[in-house]
Design a protein around this ligand. Sequence first.
Ligand SMILES: *Cc1c(COP(=O)(O)O)cnc(C)c1O
Length: 392
Amino acid sequence: MTNLKEKDAKYVAGTYARFPVEIKNGKGSILYDTDGKRYIDMGSGIGVTAFGIADDEWVSAVTSQLTRVQHTSNLYFTDPCAELAELLCEKTGMRKVFFGNSGAEANECAIKVARKWGEENLGADHYTIVTMKNSFHGRTVTTLAATGQDHYHEHFGPMTEGFVHGDIEDLDGVEKLIVEHKACAVMFECIQGEGGVIPLSADFVRGLDALAKKHGILLIVDEVQTGNGRTGELYAYMNYGITPDVVSTAKGLGGGLPIGACLLGERVCDTLKPGDHGSTYGGNPVCCAGAVSVISRLDEVFLASVKAKSRLVFHTLEGKEGIEGVTGAGLMIGIKTTRPAKDVVAECMAKGVLCLTAKDKVRLLPALNIPEDVLLEALGVILEAAKAQIPS
Ligand SMILES: *Cc1c(COP(=O)(O)O)cnc(C)c1O
C-alpha cells in the first residue's frame, strides 16, 4: 500500500470502490499512473473530458479566464456565462439557460421548473413527474426520487414525493401514469446510461413527445450523459426530431470542470423569476470558458467524425468471440460480454486500457477526439480480454 492509498482510505469518505490505479498525469486519451505505466482512457472521467486530458485549446481558454477573474457570484454580469448561454441557445433553439455545477443540479432545476409551471398552468395538484424505470437522474434526495431504481432509494427515505416510474417501451402504461397522477411532465434519458447503455426506441421517444403534447405537459430530456456530442449529435434528442421543453446536461459540457446546465424552451423560459432558484457557483466564468471551448468545437464536421468512430467501434466488436452484443450511439457504447464485465474491465486495466461498467456491460465513453489508432489499440485489448478464458 502506498502512502496515497492509505491516506485516501483514512481520510476520504468511503463512498467509492476505487480501482487500484493512482493517476498522475496525461495528455489526450493517454493517462499515466505514478509508476509511469501508460493507460488508454476509454472512460474520460465518466464522459467528462470531452476533448481528452489537458487539451491545448481547452487549457488555454480556461487559464486565460483564470488569470482575469475566477469567480464573481451571480450578483454581477460576466462574459463567459452569457457567451455560453447564447451558444447553447443558438445551437439548440432553446430560449434560456440556468447554470449549476452538476448533473443532479441541472435536473433539480428541471424539476423545479416543471413543478412551478404545472402549478401555474395546470393547477396546484399537478406536480407529479413521470420518469422511467431503470433511469438515473442523480444522487440528491429529489433526483434519487426521480431515479427509477429502487436500490438507490434504500436507506435514504422518505423520498421526495411526486415521482412515478413507467416502463420503457410501454406508451400505454406511461399515459396511464400521466392521467392517474395528474402529471406535469415526463422525464427520460434517450439512452439510459447508468442503467446499462440502453437506447430507447425512436417510436417510444417520439411517442413520449406525442403524449406530452396530447396531455399538455412538459417533455424533459436528461442529457447529462448523452449530451454535448456524446452520441454523434449535439444532444441525443436531435437523433429523434423531437422538441423538448427542458434539456438538462452536465458531464462533458465543461470538458473537465464542474458545470451543469438546464436549457429552457419557449413554454418555460420565463417560469423562474428572481429569487426562485440560484447557485453560488452557477455560471462560474472559468467553468463557462471551458464549456465555450467544448461547445464551440462541436460542429457538423466534428460530429461526423464522432459518428465515424462509432461505426468503427461497432464494426470492430460486433460478432466477435466473447462479445454478445453492442449497444449505444456515437461514443457512448455498452458491450455485453460472455465473461462478467468486471473481469473484462480488470483484465483491460492490467493491459493498460481503462474501461467503465454499466450494470452487466462494459461501458466505453472515450474522449470525442480520441485518435483512430488509439481507439483501435484499445478495442484490440478489449477483444482479447473478452475472449480470454477465466483462469481455473
Ligand atoms: C451522471 C448522471 C447524472 C448525475 O450527474 P452528477 O454530475 O453526478 O450529479 C444525472 N443524469 C444522468 C443521465 C447521468 O448520467
